[in-house]
Design a protein. Sequence first.
Length: 324
Amino acid sequence: MGGWAIAVHGGAGVDPNLPLERQQQAKALLTRCLNLGISALRSSLPAIDVVELVVRELETDPLFNSGRGSALTEKGTVEMEASIMDGNGRRCGAVSGITTVKNPISLARLVMDKSPHSYLAFSGAEEFAKQQGVEMVGNDYFVTEDNVGMLKLAKEAKAILFDYRIPLESTCGAAAESPIQMNGLPISIYAPETVGCVVVDGEGSCAAATSTGGLMNKMTGRIGDSPIIGAGTYACEVCGVSCTGEGEAILRGTLARDVAALMEYKGLGLQEAVDRVVQKRLDQGKAGLIAVSYKGEVAYGFNCVGMFRGFATEDGFMEVGIWD
């Protein structure tokens, strides 16, 4: 074993015109989350606890699209989703349609630990949250001024928008010059900002967690890849994976599970498996992913303009980046 390792992401697909100030804010948040995870790993916290801790931090900060700051549905509400998986015994928990739970990732953890099920959604998940006594807030807690403005823009454009932080003129320009399609329908800018964390601890145990608000102007009831085990999140004895990007393409490609399968059945190394999946399994979709292996390795891959990401390993390597 090569010691502990951690990777975080704040979404794949970044507008090349993203203002420098926004880039610096994103890097500062990723660095803060990495340091939080590093401290926890140095204190011998298990991988599953570390991924929950880090994703909670990402959900609490409104910068990326999860928890507070989540993308809005066509009705102007928030419907969040999250999943978590422990490579030890492949235990998992997931939630969808969350509207009042402050930290969806912790509710997903409770589904894994305290319920007989792996996945709860909408009113059932909210009811379970009340039973478990988790912190609840009004739906308006999650709604930011930026997102209200971007939803208005999305409705005017009759499109799904991905990045609520892109300036108006940049969004309109991108939509006019190069319309992208999802399942045959136009979207304006490819920049979803799901958050995720993958960790291997000092014992060689892997874990993964992913959380998102989904797509701006999405249909109510839409479920993406983030809460789906094997698509947006996967962890087993050999690796932990968290994906971000075009959820519909990630679902079709079972992206996270395929990384593990290539390692388990074909004997590929971590980075080789990540590269193969990004190149071969996305068809026309755009996405990215982060991964760790039981050997203490970190890897990432994406087929779009950029991915908000950060990595650290026990031997002192640390990196935070956006572009290729």
